[in-house]
Design a protein around this ligand. Structure first.
Ligand SMILES: Cc1cc2nc3c(=O)[nH]c(=O)nc-3n(C[C@H](O)[C@H](O)[C@H](O)COP(=O)(O)O)c2cc1C
Length: 420
């Protein structure tokens, strides 16, 4: 019975070690028992006391401890468990496991176990992308180890890419599936990045152009008209497309978030610069216009700073900006196979998106209600979560509220399916 199953959790020394506490809580809440082993480095990030209080058990860490060996030796630790889980699995732990090293309690029990092993890696994106880590993960998979995550997103180190620990709920889903003997795991939503980085790369050989962020339309050399777009959604899409194997060009307006890993980034300020950069980036297979491009610019931006003292308040005459999305969708030659736009609406989200789909001639619109997250002015702008509807000529899919990276992963999966 599920309630009697026992998990042996090895906690590695990474910044995500604190999430092991959440994982332990979830494991116990689901009726499983959990016992934890920490590496020495893990002790720099979480204390045995906090881990012990969420597992309700002693926490093990020393290989050469007379008391521990007498009470529960390194061989018994895993013999007593139904499944061994390593979360977070550091690059170092993966390397040791792949090579059969056993120089502390964690690695010794991992070498001594005959139980199934699940690893949830978490590390800086460059450590994850390093050929040595890639080799080690492949070796572990060939040895029968199951890997969940990592996912893409912004990291503690301030960078953006693949390397985040899979969500504890997704790790629990993998644990439950393994305990039930499910060998072909249904991939949890966030595990897409890993699947695509190491398994099938559904966008391999494709060129994807993504626009992201706001545009700044100058009034004079020091002032501009802008909007609240943070670029989080567009950047997440670029990262997800790259993780799915695409060559990605990201044309980004001014944003305060890091560049996604493995993506060619072109930085622009105004709508007209963005249009020129998109034209240069074409041809492509898929164009995703996620940027919040200003509809209007100041017709004649002043060359010098407008001064309060120099006369009456200057009128701001506006001129319409180029419609980048409609321009790409309407190309008579070299039109991308898929042209996808975004619609930020505050009311009648779906009808507006359906009208936009037809007006712009694109293949899909990702529509979101930017008035939804009501506590902050600007709603969904800059927030981590998004509630979207995917509007195509075939119909409307309303997705549940999810993180922007998950929206990106799901959109990329849908794009891969549409390309066939
Ligand atoms: C602040 C800090 C954060 C770190 N975060 C990670 C991480 O997320 N993933 C990782 O693989 N290594 C990370 N490291 C490096 C590991 O701590 C180091 O490789 C250590 O030897 C791992 O030991 P272990 O695998 O025995 O736990 C970090 C180091 C420091 C100082």
């Amino acid at each position: 019975m599920m309630a009697q199953k026992r998990i042996l959790l090895v906690v590695g020394g990474g910044i995500a070690a604190y999430k092991a506490l959440d994982l332990c809580r979830l494991i116990r809440r689901s009726g499983l028992a959990v016992r934890a082993v920490m590496t020495k480095a893990a002790g720099e990030f979480v204390t045995p006391l906090s881990l012990g209080s969420v597992t309700g058990d002693k926490v093990y860490g020393e290989l050469f401890s007379l008391t521990d060996e007498a009470e529960m030796g390194h061989i018994e630790l895993s013999r007593d468990a139904d499944l061994v889980v390593v979360a977070p699995a550091t690059a170092n732990l993966l390397a040791k496991m792949a090579n059969g090293l056993a120089d502390d309690l964690a690695t010794t029990l991992l070498l001594a176990t005959d139980k199934k092993v699940l690893v949830a890696p978490a590390m800086n994106l460059r450590m994850w992308a390093h050929p040595a880590t890639r080799r080690n993960v492949e070796r572990l998979k060939a040895d029968g180890v199951t890997v969940v995550g990592p996912t893409a997103g912004s990291m503690a180190c301030g960078e953006f890419g693949v390397g985040r620990l899979a969500e504890p709920a997704d790790i629990l889903a993998a644990i439950e599936a393994m305990l039930q003997g499910v060998t072909a795991l249904r991939l949890p939503e966030g595990a897409w990045a890993e699947a695509s980085a190491n398994g099938p790369r559904p966008l391999a050989g494709r060129h994807v152009v993504v626009t992201s962020g706001p545009t700044h339309e100058p009034i004079d050399p020091v002032r501009y008209i802008a909007n609240r777009s943070s670029g989080k959604q567009g950047h997440a899409i670029a990262a997800a497309a790259a993780a799915a194997g695409a060559r990605v060009t990201l044309v980004s307006g001014p944003v305060a978030i890091p560049d996604p890993f493995g993506v060619a980034v072109v930085r622009v300020e105004s709508a007209r610069e963005m249009q020129a950069a998109v034209e240069r980036a074409l041809p492509c297979d898929v164009f995703i216009g996620a940027a919040a491009v200003a509809d209007w610019r100041v017709a004649e931006a002043a060359e010098g700073k407008l001064k309060k003292e120099s006369g009456p308040r200057p009128p701001l005459a506006l001129a319409e900006n180029p419609d980048i999305l409609a321009g790409v969708a309407g190309r008579s030659s070299g039109r991308p196979r898929l042209v996808i736009g975004f619609a930020a609406e505050t009311s009648d989200v779906v009808p507006h998106a359906q009208a936009k789909l037809l007006r712009k001639g694109c293949d899909a619109i990702v529509a979101n209600d930017v008035g939804l997250a009501g506590e902050t002015p600007g709603g969904v702008f800059g927030q981590a979560a998004n509630t979207v509807h995917l509007v195509t000529r075939e119909g409307v899919e309303s997705w549940p509220t999810m993180g922007k990276q998950q929206v990106a992963d799901r959109l990329v999966a849908r794009i891969a399916a549409m390309l066939g």
